[in-house]
Design a binder for this molecule. Sequence first.
Ligand code: FEO
Length: 395
Amino acid sequence: MNRKNVVKLADGVYWISIRDWNRRLFDALISLPNGTSYNAYLVTGGSLNALIDTVNPGFEGDLQAKIHAVTNPEDIGYVIMNHAEPDHAGAIPYIMKIASDAKLVTTSRGVKLAQTFYGVPQERIKTVADGETLSLGGKTLRFIEAPMLHWPETMFTYVEEDGILFPCDFFGSHLAMGVYSDEVEDLLVHAQRYWGEIMMPFRAMAQKALEKLKPLNIRVIAPSHGPVHRNPKIILDAYRRWANGETRPKATIMYVSMWGSTESMMDQLAETLASEGVELAIHNLALSDVGDIAKDLVDSRAIALGAPTVLGGAHPLAVYAAYLVKVLRPPAKFAVLLSSYGWGAAAIKQIQEVLGQQNIEVVGALEVNGPPAEEAEKRVAELGKMLSKKILEVS
Ligand code: FEO
């Protein structure tokens, strides 16, 4: 890594990113096939400098070297904590020690987190309100509260003179490569995966934040993971679609099968859906990646979940998938549940209990004893046609 590699986004605005090529897991849950980056930014004004977000613990020295390529780290006047999660705030104690006169800037909800997680004393915290501005001399930072995107304290920072928005996780993607989004193939696929994993449960809050951003003349969006968007319309349009829960005529099929009976039913369902013109994303839960599933749930109009009964309930991988659907709260409107059992049916009841109250209409459910015989196959095909009709009827 070139420790001094910084990118000038505008006069006095610098991308000082740490690329973590080797990271493969986030939150002990989310796989990172492409690594990730922790993007901090430096804004230098005529009278003061501000560091916007920091980096993951372990990269403090690299961040210091990058800051040093632009200015003396001791001269930082403000450390802006857009978000308190350690991948962006973990280097705060290190930087606050070097920049011994710096104030930490956060929302009222961020104060306690800054104290609890990073030991920042009250007298070094500057609390800002929604819409408040801070002048660095020729650079004006505007703070925009964005609660629950995806922690309670989150805010965005906007540099008014340059039209650059720093939204931390929002608009991000877990990618170590690239500086600008137009340099990365299929950037929206990565961004959709990120949305599904991190932001999808908070669609209502995302809608509110997007409304707040409408009056701003945003020329660049500089998130804290992945590339910078210098044509922000593309990601803004995608976020509007995802936040509004716009779906496609698509079904995400998730299943686990021990001896092929459930798989056979899911195959039949998939064939029927495909023949009716429904787009499919199929995930064998024993093989699939959670991030890929989350990505497909973002714009699927329907889900189908298949599992055998084992040990008196649904196969544990299907319970996990149902729980993911419950907590990620995708915009799917319809579902079909299929199961096979040996001597006692229990999977579908348990899956429905795990799913709980969702705005998802279960179009049909079927539990079959043993491998599906001809009658069961016919019933699965009927369910496929019913589900297709529902999916395709939505305009
Ligand atoms: Fe990238 Fe919520 O931290």
